[in-house]
Design a protein around this ligand. Structure first.
Ligand code: NAD
Length: 495
């Protein structure tokens, strides 16, 4: 049985807590590894190592930081197939999805390669006569990332490159459900030439997370995960005086107007709803069909859903893989039943799909005539279930999104520029797509939702990410000018 330990001070460190957790291959249902779960004292040891590394790293030149960052990018690209295979083996998503996730993660390393430009300070000369004022941004110290299972490569990369480029040291606490991918990425980070102790990985669960939230040397926490845990992290972290950004759950609406290109919208709905088995925080889970778009869009999505190829993510013909665990698969299936019980119309029932073996598979479901009081609408299902809510007007669609508790991503499908502009202006969500179903910002913009999808004020990666990992220092300077000073400073003068 493969054992997954911690990575501290550049070395693999075996856990001492005596607590471990099995890691599964969701496509076969087999246990493939056992991951160590860190105790508070193991977390403390990693934080102390990181603090020592920080004290040197903060003085390292931008040129050296950038050189290592370029090496890191090159190594991630060189090992991209290995990373994708590891990812699929523990998460289940199809290999092309794993490769795509890594590519989106690497964008953040690329952004951090340009930190020399992004971290430039500012200077005002003669703010008052002979007085200059400069602002620089300095690193915080040891910062921690706590990440979810659904993007085990991309989400750690949302945080590590910017934090390190800005001069911090990092502790990563990845999801205990698929820890092998972040471990590999951390090994490549060391191979890139970064000093030992700068990036440490402590595997674990709530116990390790709480130890990070309470540790006085941890200055900031970047969290990505479900809404209840995000709220908890935000309140406990900020109570302890830390800077916290906590990205949370979602229920993303895709509005289809009657003038939309129905084929384009249906393709988008299927890939955004069922890609990665719906286990994406930016997945589309609600189709808001406005007026006459409803019948054609339901028919077009239904036809495509019935043709979806579901199977082991390593099979190149598979378009959708399994869910992360058996319990989660059963929970998602329960929502399809709840929709039917509440009076919605199950157009495609994923439970009818049969699979061989013990993998955690479930077919994709399409549920029509959903209303906003049904659990299939109110809850984050995080699985391959698309709910269709029919409304008469664009106004009703906007109002529905505004009333929904979350506000991560949303999309509009239309050919009408005026409607698109209004959507962009008025919709209550942090990330908006116009004829783009999954509008995940590129690495040089920043990622974050609104309302119950985000707790904090500085969003993740890109310019906001660098801001999160730095604090401003403003210096006001006056130098005596020897040519005008009445005091003899010992400088040669013109006289
Ligand atoms: P999760 O909240 O269960 O776990 C996230 C992290 O928190 C993991 O590292 C886990 O070990 C830790 N954790 C779990 N329970 C904890 C507890 N009681 N106390 C302290 N720490 C705890 O999330 P998940 O199931 O791994 O991921 C799926 C969720 O993440 C979905 O809700 C999804 O929408 C969300 N997500 C959000 C974004 C975003 O950018 N907004 C991105 C990806 C995923």
């Amino acid at each position: 049985m493969k054992k997954i330990h911690h990575l501290v001070d550049g070395m693999s460190v075996e856990g001492t807590s005596g607590r471990t957790k099995p890691v599964f291959n969701p496509a076969t249902g087999e246990i493939t590894a056992e991951v160590d779960l860190a105790s508070p004292s193991e977390v403390d040891a990693a934080v102390q190592v990181a603090e020592r590394a920080f004290r040197e790293w903060r003085h390292t030149s931008i040129a050296a930081r950038t050189k290592h960052m370029f090496n890191f990018r090159a190594l991630c690209l060189e090992h991209k197939d290995e990373i994708a295979r590891r990812l699929t083996a523990e998460h289940g998503k199809v290999l092309s999805d794993s490769a795509g996730e890594l590519a989106r993660g690497i964008e953040n390393i690329e952004y951090a390669c340009g930190a020399s430009e992004a971290l430039k300070g500012s200077l005002s000369t003669n703010a008052s006569t002979g007085i200059d004022v400069s602002t620089i941004r300095q690193p915080l110290g040891v910062v921690a990332g706590i990440t979810p299972f659904n993007f085990p490569a991309m989400i750690p990369l949302w945080t590590i490159p910017n934090a390190i480029a800005a001069g911090n040291a990092f502790i990563l606490k990845p999801s205990e459900r698929d820890p092998s991918t972040p471990m590999l990425i951390a090994e490549l980070f060391h191979e890139a030439g970064f000093p030992d102790g700068l990036l440490n990985v402590v595997n674990g669960d709530k116990e390790a997370v709480d130890a990070l939230l309470d540790h006085e040397l941890v200055r900031a926490i970047s969290f990505v995960g479900s809404t209840p845990i995000a709220k908890y992290i935000y309140s406990r972290g900020t109570e302890n005086g830390k800077r916290v950004q906590a990205l949370a759950g979602a229920k993303n609406h895709m509005v289809v107007l009657p003038d939309a290109d129905i084929d384009m919208a249906a393709d988008a709905a299927v890939s955004a709803g069922f890609g990665s088995a719906g286990e994406r925080c930016m997945a589309i889970s609600v189709i808001v069909a406005v007026g006459d778009s409803a019948d054609p869009i339901v028919e077009a999505i239904s036809a495509r859903t019935n043709k979806l190829v579901i199977g082991d993510g390593t099979d190149p013909t598979s378009e959708m893989g399994p869910l992360i665990t058996e319990e989660h698969r059963d929970r998602v299936a329960g929502y399809v039943q709840a929709g039917a019980d509440a009076g919605a119309t199950v157009i495609v029932d994923g439970r009818d799909h049969t699979f061989e073996g013990d993998g955690f598979f479930l077919g994709a479901s399409l549920i029509d005539n959903v209303t906003t009081d049904m659990s299939v609408y109110t809850d984050e299902i995080f699985g391959p279930v698309l709910a269709v809510v029919r409304v008469d007007t664009f106004d009703e669609a906007l109002e529905m999104i505004e009333k929904n508790a979350w506000g991560n991503g949303t999309a509009l499908f239309t050919r009408d520029g005026g409607a698109a502009r209004r959507f962009h202006e008025e919709v209550e969500a942090g990330m908006v797509g116009i004829n783009v179903p999954v509008p995940v910002p590129v690495g040089y913009h920043s990622f974050g939702g609104w309302n119950d999808s985000f707790f904090g004020d500085t969003t993740m990666y890109g310019p906001e990410g660098l801001r999160f990992y730095t604090r401003p220092k403003v210096t006001t300077t006056r130098w005596p000018d020897p040519s005008t000073s009445s005091v003899n400073l010992g400088f040669p003068t013109n006289e």
